[in-house]
Write a protein that binds this ligand. Structure first.
Ligand code: PEP
Ligand code: MG
Length: 833
C-alpha cells in the first residue's frame, strides 16, 4: 500500500523544478514537491519523529514510522533570518501525529525578508522510497494528499572495506553551519564515492550521504568537525570532503548584506549603515517588531463576511485619506498609492470570490493580497519589491480592523531612536506622530518609500545596517550619526557628552544659517550661486520660501499624476503650478515635465511589460509617446501668470532630437495661446548620453540641471531601487563626479548655466565640490536651503575648485567622502559639518 505524505501547508503545489535554487530543483536534497504557502503554520505531513529543527526554525525534518525521511524548508535562504519571524512549536525528538503544528511563521515578515517563500517538501532518502503520485500545479489544503510513496527494494551497496578508517578535522566556515543547502551538497559529494563517509561532531555522528543526518549534527560556524572515511576510495573521498567542508560553499556571499557607505573605519562598538536621511540624533532605543495577525479560516456566513470586509475597507480608506489630508506631500504621495491599491477592483473581487467559498473576510483578504504578491514576485523585477511592501501594508491595516488587533506599534516615547528590522510606510507615518529622534533599520534601501518619507520629515535615518543591529536592545542609548553613516550602541559617558555637544552645535549653526537665509547667495569672493529648492506641492513651496529659497529648480510634477485613475486635467494642473508660483512671488519656478514610467508607474498609462523598466519608457520618452498628455501639461504651464516665471524642464533626455521635438510642440502651443514671448526650456542631465553631449544639448536648451540620482545609477550601472546594490550607488563616486565636471564644462562652454537638482545638492559634504566643479545653481530639499547658503558663503570659489580637483582624483566614493569630511572640518566647520 502506498504511503501518503500530506501537505504541511495550504498553498499552491508546484513542481520541485520550479524552485529557484539548484539544491532543490536539481534534486540534490532528494525528490518532492514545492508549496507556495498561503498559511502560516507548518504541520506534520505524516506520523513520525522530529529529527531536526534548525536553531533558526526555518526548516524541520522528520522520520515517518515507515522510515521516510522528509525535510520541509520554509522559503529560500531563510536561514539568514536567524529565526526572526519563525516560532518552533515542537522540539527535536518529539513524536508527532499527522496535522500536528510544527512551526508557525510570520507570513508577512518572512515574505518581505526572504528571497522566496516557496517551501520545498522533500523526501531526503529518495533511494529508499520512490514517489508514485504527486500533487502539483494546483491548490492544496493542509493535510490533503501531496505525495504517494512506495518503498524501493535496495540493492546492497558494494564496497570493499579492510576496516581502516582515515580521518581529518576541518573548521567549518559556513556562516550558518550545515543547514539544508550545504547538507545537500555534502550528501551529493559523498554519494559520488563507493566507500563510507561520516561526519562527527562531539558525540554526534552522521552519515554524509544523508542530508538529514547532517542536519541532525547541529553544527555552527567555527565548529571542528571530524570527517571519517573508509573503503577502497577512502582517500579520494576524504580529500573531496575536506575541500568541500573547508570552503564556505558560497554561503557567505549569499547572506552578505550590502557594504555600508562608510568612509572612515568604524570604531569598536560602532555599526555601519547606509544614509537614508542625513542628520544626528541620540536617544533610547525603542524596538519596533511586527507581530503576525492571525485570522480564522472559516467564515460566519457569506453576507456577514462580505459586509465585514466592505466596512473594513471603508474604515482603512478613511484613515489613509485622513493621512493624505494632514500629511506632507511625500506622505500624501505614498498614502495615495496605498489608497489606489485598497480600491483595486481586482483585489476586492478576488477576496469576494474567496468569501463565496466560505472563508472569513480576513482569510479571503490575506489570500487575495498574497496572490497579488506572488504575481509581483514572479516578475523578478526588483522595483516591484517596493509595491509588495505597500501591499503588505494595506493587508495588515485591513486585517487589523477585521480582528481588532493593532496593525502596528503606534507610539514610542518622544525622542526615541526607532530600531527595526524593516518598517512599513504606514508604520513610519503613525510612529512619526510621537516625534522620534531617529530611525535605524537592519534592512531597507536608501530609495525605499520609508527612506523618502524620513528625508521629507527630516528624521535622521540609517538603513541596511544588517544583523549587527540586533545588539541594540530596547532602552539602550544609541548615537545615530547619519552624516558619517554609523551608530554607536550603549556609548560611554565621554562619547555621549561629545555627541550631545555636536548636536547642540549643529542646531545652533542651523539656527544661525536660518537667521541669514533671506539674503542672496554668493561665495566669499562674490561668485553668484543660486540656491533653489525641490518641490512637490504648494506646502513645500511655502516651506522653501521660509528657508530663503531663491526659486525652485525642480517641481516634481509627477506628484499630481501618481496614485490616481486618470491624468489630472489641464485646469487642475494649472491651479497646482499657479499655486506654487504664487508661493514664490517673483522667483523662477522650473517645472519638470511628467517623469513617470520605470519606477513610477501610473495606472492610466499602461506600459507593455518591460524587462528593464529603468532603461525603457521613462521621462520625456513617455511624453513624446503620448502627445496629448504632453500638450495638456505644456498648456497648463504656459498659462501660469506672470508669464515667464514658470520654466520647463525635460526629464531623462538622451538626445538632442527630444529637446527639438518638445520645443516645436511648445512653440505651436504658444502660438495657439497667443503668447509671443519665448519660454525657457531646460534639460535634465540624468543619462551618460546627456552628460557627454552637454554642449550639443546646451545649444538647443536654455539651461542644464543635473539629476544626480539617476545619473549615478546609469553611470555606475547599479539600480537605485535594488537594495542589493543601492548601498553602493553613491553620487560622490569619482565616475559620477567626472560626468558632472564634464557637463559643467561643456554647458558653460556653450554659454548656458548648469545646476544640480539631484539629491547630491542636499548633501553638505557635496555642496563645495559641486560649486567647485562649476554648478552655479543648486536645488536642494527645502529644509537644507539655509544651511547650503551658509556653506557657500563661507568658501571662496578658488577653495571649492581646488577641493573639487582633488575629489576628481580620488579612487572611490569612500575616499571622496573622507576628503570632503576633512575639508568640512578645516574649511567650513563654523557653518557646515
Ligand atoms: C534625479 O534623478 O536626480 C532627479 C532629481 O530625479 P528623480 O529623483 O525624481 O528621478
Ligand atoms: Mg531622475
Amino acid at each position: 500500500m502506498a504511503l501518503i505524505i500530506t501537505s504541511p501547508l495550504r498553498g499552491w503545489a508546484a513542481p520541485l523544478d520550479s524552485v529557484p535554487d539548484p539544491v532543490f530543483a536539481e534534486r540534490m536534497m532528494g525528490d518532492g514537491v514545492a508549496i507556495h504557502p498561503l498559511d502560516d503554520t507548518v504541520c506534520a505531513p505524516c506520523d513520525g519523529v522530529i529529527v531536526t529543527l534548525h536553531d533558526s526554525a526555518h526548516a524541520v525534518s522528520l522520520r515517518s514510522d515507515e522510515g521516510v525521511e522528509l525535510l520541509i524548508h520554509i522559503g529560500l535562504e531563510t536561514v539568514a533570518l536567524k529565526g526572526r519571524g519563525f516560532t518552533p512549536l515542537v522540539a527535536a525528538g518529539a513524536r508527532v501525529l499527522r496535522g500536528d503544528p510544527l512551526i508557525r511563521f510570520d507570513l508577512d515578515a518572512v515574505a518581505l525578508a526572504a528571497v522566496s517563500l516557496i517551501t520545498p517538501v522533500v523526501v531526503t532518502n529518495a533511494e529508499a522510497f520512490t514517489i508514485t503520485r504527486r500533487t502539483i500545479d494546483r491548490a492544496v489544503g493542509a493535510c490533503e494528499e501531496l505525495m504517494a510513496l512506495e518503498p524501493v527494494a535496495q540493492a546492497p551497496r558494494r564496497w570493499s572495506d579492510d576496516g581502516t578508517v582515515i580521518a581529518q578535522t576541518v573548521t567549518l566556515r559556513l556562516p550558518h553551519g550545515i543547514h539544508a543547502r550545504p547538507a545537500a551538497r555534502i550528501a551529493e559529494c559523498a554519494r559520488g564515492f563507493a566507500g563510507d563517509v561520516h561526519l562527527v561532531l562531539g558525540d554526534r555522528r552522521g552519515d554524509a550521504r544523508s542530508p538529514i543526518a547532517l542536519l541532525a549534527l547541529g553544527t555552527r560556524l567555527g565548529d571542528s568537525v571530524v570527517i571519517e572515511a573508509r573503503g577502497d576510495d577512502a582517500e579520494h573521498a576524504l580529500a573531496a570532503m575536506v575541500a568541500l567542508l573547508a570552503s564556505d560553499m558560497g554561503e557567505s556571499a549569499a547572506v552578505a548584506t550590502p557594504a555600508p557607505l562608510v568612509a572612515t573605519p568604524l570604531a569598536p562598538g560602532q555599526i555601519g549603515g547606509v544614509i537614508a536621511s542625513p542628520g544626528l540624533a541620540m536617544g533610547p532605543v525603542v524596538r519596533i517588531d511586527r507581530s503576525a495577525i492571525a485570522v480564522q479560516r472559516e467564515g460566519a456566513g457569506i453576507t456577514v463576511e462580505r459586509e465585514a470586509l466592505a466596512a473594513a475597507l471603508v474604515e482603512v480608506g478613511a484613515g489613509i485619506a485622513a493621512r493624505i489630508a494632514t500629511g506632507s506631500s511625500q506622505v500624501a504621495a505614498v498614502m495615495s498609492a496605498h489608497l489606489a491599491l485598497l480600491d483595486d477592483p481586482g483585489l476586492a473581487s478576488a477576496a469576494d470570490a474567496r468569501i463565496a467559498e466560505g472563508t472569513s473576510a480576513g482569510f479571503a483578504w490575506r489570500g487575495a493580497v498574497h496572490d497579488q504578491i506572488d504575481i509581483l514576485r514572479a516578475t523578478g523585477n526588483a522595483h516591484l519589491a517596493e509595491r509588495i511592501d505597500d501591499l503588505i501594508d494595506i493587508e495588515r491595516q485591513v486585517l487589523a480592523v477585521l480582528t481588532g488587533m493593532p496593525a502596528n506599534a503606534d507610539a514610542a516615547p518622544p525622542g526615541a531612536i526607532l530600531v527595526a528590522d524593516d518598517l512599513l510606510p504606514s508604520q513610519l507615518v503613525t510612529l512619526a506622530a510621537s516625534r522620534p529622534a531617529g530611525l535605524c533599520l537592519a534592512r531597507g534601501g536608501p530609495t525605499s518609500h520609508v527612506a523618502i518619507l524620513c528625508a521629507g520629515m527630516g528624521l535622521p535615518a540609517l538603513v541596511a545596517m544588517g544583523d549587527a543591529l540586533d545588539a541594540a536592545e530596547g532602552g539602550a542609548t544609541l548615537l545615530l550619526d547619519a552624516e558619517a553613516g554609523c551608530a554607536t550602541i550603549a556609548p560611554n559617558a565621554t562619547d555621549s557628552t561629545a555627541f550631545a555637544a555636536r548636536i547642540t552645535a549643529r542646531h545652533a549653526r542651523r539656527d544661525a544659517a536660518r537667521a541669514t537665509a533671506a539674503a542672496p547667495c554668493h561665495t566669499a569672493d562674490g561668485a553668484r550661486i543660486e540656491l533653489f529648492a525641490n518641490l512637490g506641492s504648494v506646502e513645500d513651496a511655502v516651506a522653501a520660501a521660509a528657508q530663503g529659497a531663491e526659486g525652485s529648480g525642480l517641481v516634481r510634477s509627477e506628484f499630481l499624476f501618481l496614485g490616481r485613475d486618470s491624468a489630472p486635467s489641464e485646469d487642475e494642473q494649472h491651479a497646482a503650478y499657479q499655486g506654487i508660483a504664487d508661493a514664490l512671488p517673483g522667483l523662477p519656478v522650473i517645472v519638470r515635465l511628467l517623469d513617470i514610467g520605470g519606477d513610477k508607474p501610473a495606472a492610466y498609462l499602461p506600459f507593455a511589460a518591460e524587462e528593464n523598466p529603468a532603461l525603457g519608457q521613462r521621462g520625456i520618452r513617455v511624453g513624446l509617446a503620448h502627445p496629448e498628455l504632453l500638450a495638456t501639461q505644456l498648456r497648463a504651464i504656459l498659462r501660469v501668470r506672470p508669464f515667464g516665471q514658470c520654466r520647463i524642464m525635460l526629464p531623462m533626455v538622451a538626445s538632442v532630437a527630444e529637446v527639438r521635438a518638445v520645443r516645436a510642440i511648445t512653440d505651436r502651443l504658444r502660438d495657439e495661446l497667443g503668447i509671443a514671448d519665448p519660454v525657457e526650456i531646460g534639460v535634465m542631465v540624468e543619462t551618460p548620453a546627456a552628460a557627454i553631449t552637454a554642449d550639443l544639448l546646451a545649444a538647443e536648451a536654455d539651461f542644464l540641471s543635473i539629476g544626480t540620482n539617476d545619473l549615478s545609477q546609469y553611470v555606475l550601472a547599479m539600480d537605485r531601487g535594488n537594495p542589493a546594490v543601492a548601498a553602493q550607488v553613491d553620487p560622490l563616486h569619482p565616475a559620477v563626479l567626472r560626468m558632472i565636471a564634464e557637463t559643467c564644462r561643456r554647458g558653460a562652454g556653450a554659454g548656458r548655466w548648469v545646476g544640480v537638482c539631484g539629491g547630491l545638492a542636499s548633501d553638505p559634504l557635496a555642496v563645495p565640490i559641486l560649486v567647485g566643479l562649476g554648478a552655479t545653481e543648486l536645488s536642494a530639499v527645502p529644509g537644507f536651503v539655509a544651511e547650503a547658503k551658509a556653506i557657500v558663503r563661507s568658501l571662496t570659489l578658488a577653495q571649492t575648485q581646488a577641493h573639487a580637483r582633488a575629489a576628481l582624483d580620488c579612487t572611490s566614493a569612500a575616499e571622496v567622502r573622507a576628503l570632503a569630511r576633512a575639508f568640512a572640518e578645516t574649511s567650513f566647520r563654523e557653518v557646515g559639518a
